[in-house]
Design a protein around this ligand. Structure first.
Ligand code: AMP
Ligand code: GLY
Length: 437
């Protein structure tokens, strides 16, 4: 069986590892933007090219007799890579361009939720004039979040209290967005704890992965700029210590309703991963955003403890025969930490050599924004470089395993030492306890 992976980060490395563990003995092919040494090692074919060029990927699929594909990042989904592969007769684990709007257009996502009365929506308005924006910001008393509409790599969102403090600043950023995109999305600011629920979807059925919490800020104590995600954890009971069974039920229900609504609205089944970014609040679970793909780093947590055959799961997605009981995980806690270049994310060093040869368990190491040179050396490219996943019976055990491993990687890198520690997890539990009625 020939399987194509589109993308070449740590998420795609985790996907490659999970596919290679299958009893099916797949041949992997990858189209990625750089030489990911981890994927290169596992792949039969590897092609460095644009991952958003639909002609290149369609042709690559035909040339290599690909049976099916799995798409890692959002940009190829937005470009219509799944549609191009379908034209070439190749099915994908990943939504069509139209279905991927659930991630690529925040206004489509908000509109869909309200049209289908799906619970969990934050109050929002999409404003196309500065007068309308100012009025809504005033109504929210400045307690708002301003979002550019479209893919901004997590950098288009400004939150009151974090990125601005006055109403005038909120209006000024809204003006910037309107000038660029013709509109801006302004939401009420939600207070609580964020978590990710990724669900495999076959268009009719879902299989939910364990809950994971990501850490977006660059530095310890949730300070510094927003990043793609510095690390994440998940507990051995597949939940998070600050969530209730009711929170999980609500989040699952929202994903289920959304998958169905996409089908009803677009006339096309949503096949792939539906990843809800939620906030547990005093007022129940609220939806912050949808992604049309696996989370990075969250996918590393869940794929590391996946017991089921991932090839079979992907085939069930394509065939429409998925069920929750096919998704078996080992009952372990996981902590993922990213080593990133010094200066990341604002002024990262680039093209510096890093040494990964000293790690204890290469199975727990995932390559991301690195490139392997002809002499075999590995250089960092300026974005998140290497992820490690610690596995344990408790979050603390998993955290220590991750720390032990990440500390062995040499080079101009840093990582967050607080992710998964009892101190940080305890703060989150205490915050939610205080918040809940
Ligand atoms: P997004 O790109 O929509 O995921 O937003 C990026 C980050 O901004 C989220 O992970 C949250 O930390 C924060 N954020 C987004 N929307 C809200 C909201 N309505 N209330 C509070 N924080 C938010
Ligand atoms: N962990 C954030 C993302 O994958 O978008």
């Amino acid at each position: 069986m020939n399987v194509l992976i589109v993308g070449s980060g740590a998420r795609e490395h985790a996907i490659a590892k999970a596919l290679k563990r299958s009893s099916h003995g797949v041949d992997l092919f990858c189209v990625g933007s750089s030489h990911n040494p981890g994927i290169v090692d596992l792949a039969t074919g590897y092609h460095v090219d644009s991952t958003t060029d639909t002609n290149v990927i369609g042709q690559y699929g035909r040339d290599h007799k690909i049976d099916w594909a799995i798409i890692g990042p959002e940009a190829p989904l937005e470009a219509g890579v799944v549609d191009a592969l379908a034209t070439a007769g190749i099915p994908s684990v990943g939504p069509t361009k139209q279905c991927a709007q659930i991630e690529t257009s925040k206004s489509f996502m908000r509109w869909l939720l309200s049209r289908h009365s799906i619970p969990g929506a934050a109050q929002f308005k999409s404003c196309s004039t500065i007068e309308a924006a100012r009025e809504w910001i005033n109504e929210l008393k400045g307690e708002c979040v301003i979002k550019a509409d479209g893919l901004m790599g997590g950098k288009g969102v400004r939150v009151s209290g974090d990125h601005f403090t006055t109403i005038d600043e909120a209006v000024a950023y809204s003006q910037e967005c309107i000038a660029r995109d013709g509109r801006v999305l302004i939401e009420e600011k939600l207070i609580g704890q964020e978590f990710s629920l990724m669900s495999l979807c076959d268009g009719k059925h879902l299989a939910h992965f364990p809950l994971v919490q990501d850490h977006k800020r660059a530095f310890d104590g949730d300070t510094g700029s927003n990043t793609g995600g510095m690390g994440s954890y998940s507990d051995a009971d597949f939940s998070l210590p600050f969530l209730t069974a009711e929170d999980i039920r609500q989040a699952r229900y929202i994903n289920e309703q959304t998958m169905t609504a996409i089908d009803q609205e677009t006339g096309t089944q949503y096949k792939g991963i539906l990843y809800g970014g939620f906030m547990a609040t005093a007022d129940g679970v609220k939806l912050i955003e949808y992604n049309a793909r696996f989370g990075d780093p969250e996918s590393l947590n869940v794929l590391a403890i996946l017991e089921s055959d991932f090839v079979k799961l992907c085939q069930a997605v394509i065939a429409g025969t998925l069920s929750q009981d096919q998704l078996r995980m080992s009952q372990k806690a996981t902590v993922c930490k990213y080593a990133v270049p010094k200066g990341y994310p604002d002024h990262p060093v680039k093209n510096q050599t890093i040494d990964v040869s000293t790690v204890k368990n290469p199975e727990r190491v995932y390559y991301a924004a690195v490139d392997q040179k002809e002499d075999g050396s590995i250089v960092e490219l300026g974005s998140r470089a290497i992820a490690v996943v610690g596995i344990g019976n408790t979050i603390s055990e998993a955290e220590q395993a991750a720390e032990d491993e990440i500390g062995r990687i040499q080079g101009p890198l840093f990582h967050r030492k607080d992710i998964g520690t009892a101190a940080l997890v305890g703060q989150r539990v205490a915050m939610m306890r205080k918040l809940r009625p």
